[in-house]
Design a protein around this ligand. Structure first.
Ligand SMILES: [Zn+2]
Length: 293
């Protein structure tokens, strides 16, 4: 999911959220459960359920080396990031040494602080443009979020959308089911702290986490100015961030002219398993346009 780079509107508006929740319930009904896919020995992709306020969470990938663990993206809700951390601790005693933010959108990095709290020697990696955008946008996002959720809750409790439209009886029923989750999310965001990346790169960063090589690359602009991907050459696994989203790409912040070339660059990598920024794991380079079939 994307946020605009305009600081005043970088959170998905909660009016849009309510509409989105209602409109997409059927589209995403079969994917709104946490799903873990074992990609290779010690490599796992986690698809998250939606957060309590209805926002989507980017996928998280966990790569376990003999010494350390490398994590790709920390998702939207810190509570879900903590769930992932508990799962990682079940998989290995090795600490998470590296967390990559693939881009600046907060559905991929709100959980940064949860990782740093759990693993104090953690390095949080990002392409330098991603760090700049996060520093610009995230503090305001975090400050505004609890207030926006509180206003949304107040409107919904009065039987209206945040924009003032009266809810239908069906919508009121859905809203009643949403409210406890929204209140939980409001409480969670009240305590959230911005944690920026701590290790920046420009084009490429290769890291050995113990008998496992992790290549981090910036292949050009696409979804955002600083998109980063991860490639595991031995395992032929590519973790694409939101340069690739299945089934629907988001393009609101994108650089469309550059994006095609960046995807061409990505296609040069010899990958047999591809983890998109959202959606299920792919096993070839044919984009699954299932809604056209
Ligand atoms: Zn996303």
């Amino acid at each position: 999911m994307t946020r605009t780079r305009d600081g005043a509107s970088c959170q998905l508006s909660f009016l849009a959220l309510v509409i989105w929740l209602i409109a997409t319930t059927s589209l995403f009904a079969n994917t709104n459960e946490r799903q873990v896919t074992n990609l290779a020995e010690g490599v796992y992709a986690i698809q998250h359920k939606s957060s309590n306020d209805g926002n989507v969470n980017g996928n998280t990938t966990v790569i376990i080396g003999d010494r350390e663990v490398f994590v790709v993206d920390s998702c939207y809700s810190p509570s879900l990031a903590r769930e992932d951390i508990a799962q990682i601790r079940q998989w290995t005693n090795n600490p998470v040494g590296y967390l990559l933010n693939t881009h600046f959108h907060n559905d991929h990095n709100n959980g940064n602080r949860a990782y740093l709290d759990a693993f104090p020697s953690l390095a949080i990696i990002a392409q330098e443009e991603t760090k700049k955008d996060m520093d610009l946008i995230q503090p305001g996002n975090i400050e505004r979020a609890p207030k926006q959720i509180a206003e949304t809750i107040a409107a919904l409790k009065q039987g209206k959308t945040p924009g003032g439209r009266t809810l239908t009886e069906d919508e009121k029923k859905q809203v009643r089911e949403m409210l406890p989750g929204l209140e939980q999310q409001e409480a969670e965001f009240k305590t959230m702290v911005y944690q920026p990346p701590t290790l920046m790169f420009v084009d490429q960063l290769d890291i050995d986490i113990g008998n496992r090589e992790v290549q981090v690359k910036h292949l050009g602009r696409g979804n955002t100015p600083g998109d980063a991907i991860v490639y595991l050459p031995k395992e032929k696994i590519l973790i694409a961030g939101d340069l690739l989203v299945s089934p629907i790409p988001y393009t609101f912040d994108g650089y469309r002219a550059d994006w095609a070339q960046t995807l061409q660059n990505m296609a040069q990598l010899d990958a047999t398993t591809i983890v998109p920024g959202h959606g299920p794991v792919l096993h070839d380079k044919a984009y699954p346009i299932w809604w056209l079939t």
